[in-house]
Design a protein around this ligand. Structure first.
Ligand code: SF4
Length: 365
């Protein structure tokens, strides 16, 4: 007869789940740059808290595949937290470019500053102190405690939520279930190998208990799973009704000198793309284009192609205005329009710059 986990899981089933999941993880853990593989972890190799922290900040709102090359670039450039502390915010933002949610990069720099000056380069091993650091919330502090320091804590990300909703057959919408899921996870998170267990849950969610096609027949905890038993795991977790997405519209102004320098300015720290060096743009208004008021004098042309970009909470449509200019306007910096500038510019603005570059090329020919 199958063991069945209930909402009040008997201890024996919890232990069975730990064993099944850790055995599976030992053989199937994903090889990730920031991770100590289970074989080494069992031999006592400890993770580098700096690498765990850096990866967790990058993984907030971004998938593993996208994060990998950025993580490798960061640790090559700044192998230790002290190296990152010595970097300027502009350098960190430029290296972060393309990863999105730029407040994470600014928090990274601010957090490195505090850890290096207040804690001599060592992250505190205490939830309340971790939570005071910029960019570290409940999830990241729990992940750091368990993965970096082996201190049991409740680690719940999207993958874990999905597994738990299916395992216990929790039928409310995910929004309503969050506190219940958190309770379940804290009741069955183990004291032995807590970091490996947390990572095993993440890996199971990413590679087996996938949102659309869960591989139940290959799942290490299939025997305990109520949703699998009922035959409809993909129905869970139930999602809240989709909100209607807002479409914002605006203009971006690309002013270029004959010597191929582009006019850029630093965006305010607060708000989207905060602190990044970008070409100027208008406000981004919902549904309708705002007034087209170039920020400095020029002979402006509207390019044919409109730049489209998707942010988490809205879609953006930008009309690209182009002008050659001869003098650098007040408050602007003239940046050499080369590959390094393009790659260090946020994606949405990169698209606009490339439109202007194509326009210039096609008019030269
Ligand atoms: Fe997910 Fe299927 Fe495993 Fe249940 S048995 S946890 S639904 S993969």
């Amino acid at each position: 007869m199958k063991n069945r986990i209930t909402n009040k899981a008997p201890l024996v089933n919890q232990l069975d789940i730990h064993t099944a999941l850790l055995n599976w993880y030992d053989a199937n853990a994903r090889a990730l740059s920031w991770r100590v593989p289970p074989r080494d972890s069992k031999m006592g190799v400890k993770p580098d808290p700096y690498r765990v922290w850096l990866s967790e900040i990058m993984l907030q709102q971004t998938g593993v595949k996208v994060v990998e090359p950025y993580f490798q670039k960061f640790v090559r450039k700044w192998p230790k937290i002290n190296d990152l502390h010595r970097a300027t915010e502009t350098e960190v933002l430029a290296a972060w470019s393309g990863l999105g949610y730029y407040s994470r990069a600014r928090n990274l720099k601010a957090c490195a500053e505090i850890v290096c000056t207040k804690y001599r380069g060592n992250f505190p091993q205490d939830e309340s102190l971790l939570l005071k650091l910029p960019g570290i919330g409940k999830y990241t502090s729990a992940a750091m405690l368990t993965i970096a320091f082996g201190i049991p804590a409740t680690v719940v990300d999207g993958n874990v939520e999905r597994i738990v909703a299916r395992l216990f057959y929790l039928q409310d919408s995910l929004e309503k279930l969050k506190p219940q899921i958190y309770k379940h996870v804290s009741s069955f998170s183990p004291k032995i190998r807590p970091g490996d267990f947390a990572q095993a849950m993440m890996d199971l969610g990413a590679t087996v208990c996938k949102p659309k096609n869960p591989l139940c027949t290959k799942c290490a905890i299939q025997n305990f799973c109520k949703a699998c038993d009922k035959g409809n795991p993909t129905m869970l977790p139930k999602k809240a009704k989709k909100k209607i997405r807002i479409l914002r519209k605006g203009y971006v102004y690309i002013g270029i000198t004959k010597t191929e320098k582009i006019m850029m300015l630093v965006r305010p720290n607060k708000g989207l793309l905060g602190g990044m060096i970008c070409p100027p743009s208008s406000e981004w208004e919902p549904n309708n284009f705002p007034a087209n008021r170039p920020p400095f004098a020029g002979s402006w042309t509207m390019l044919n192609q409109t730049v489209k970009h998707t942010f988490t909470h809205f879609d953006l449509e930008l009309k690209v205005m182009f002008s050659y200019i001869s003098n650098v306007p007040e408050n602007y910096v003239a940046k050499k329009l080369d590959q390094s500038l393009i790659t260090s510019t946020p994606k949405v603005m990169r698209k606009a710059i490339l439109e202007a570059v194509n326009y210039v090329k096609s008019n030269i020919v």
